[in-house]
Design a protein around this ligand. Structure first.
Ligand code: SF4
Length: 210
């Protein structure tokens, strides 16, 4: 009975399987180097083989947590809140983002776009994945396209994805961490030949922060 009630609240986006939350420096993409509070929501079935947060995949191991508490906590630390995962769009992001906006906080999301876009966002970082492509509606709304480069084919994938976003969307190529020594020279060369792209590095990993 209690379990059903919790599941109902999760379905409505009033509770979310919270994996972790922390105040740190955004390491990647357009807002890199700026302080932000991160909310990492569990649950993802996209299945990237190189995923560096595989412990996020199983939503059942992350406690359903009331969004009111999440928002109260977040507001203590920063005016910029980054919702990440996992895949946050597994869940209805409407209630969480509306509660964050009620406190005048800026809402950012990091998503593969694999599921319907919910929520009110000041910044959408779309990081598409080959095994579960984004839903078409998100392309025109993304502020930033961040393609992870694991191998050479990812440059072709990146161009296919860039062809679908708005002309003002900022384009990033980011080396997958475990193969960075091999892919950074390829990315540098590619960006010099195709300067609409910008290099993104996971600077938080170099800084040794979360
Ligand atoms: S979409 Fe993100 S969280 Fe999900 S498997 Fe891929 S890298 Fe991991």
């Amino acid at each position: 009975m209690v379990k059903d009630k919790v599941m109902d609240l999760v379905d409505k986006g009033l509770m979310l399987p919270l994996m972790e939350e922390f105040y740190t420096i955004q390491g990647e993409g357009y807002h890199k180097g700026t302080a932000a509070y991160f909310i990492r929501v569990g649950g993802c079935d996209v299945g990237c083989h190189w995923c560096d947060v595989k412990e996020s995949w199983d939503a059942d191991i992350h406690p359903p947590t009331a969004i009111t508490g999440i928002v109260e906590n977040a507001a203590k630390y920063s005016d910029t809140i980054v919702v990440t995962g996992g895949e946050p769009l597994t869940w209805d992001m409407g209630p969480l983002t509306m509660a964050l906006k009620d406190k005048n906080l800026k809402t950012h999301i990091e998503t593969s776009g694999a599921y319907a876009l919910t929520g009110v966002w000041d910044w959408i970082c779309l990081s598409p994945k080959k095994n579960k492509l984004p839903q078409s509606e998100i392309y025109g709304k993304a502020h930033e396209l961040k393609v992870i480069v694991y191998n050479k084919h990812d440059f072709i994938f990146a161009e296919e994805q860039a062809a679908q976003v708005d002309k003002n969307c900022v384009l990033y190529l980011q080396p997958e961490w475990s193969v960075r020594e091999k892919t950074i020279p390829l990315i540098v060369d590619y960006v010099m030949k195709n300067p609409k792209w910008i290099v993104s590095l996971q600077t938080h990993k170099y800084l040794n922060i979360p």
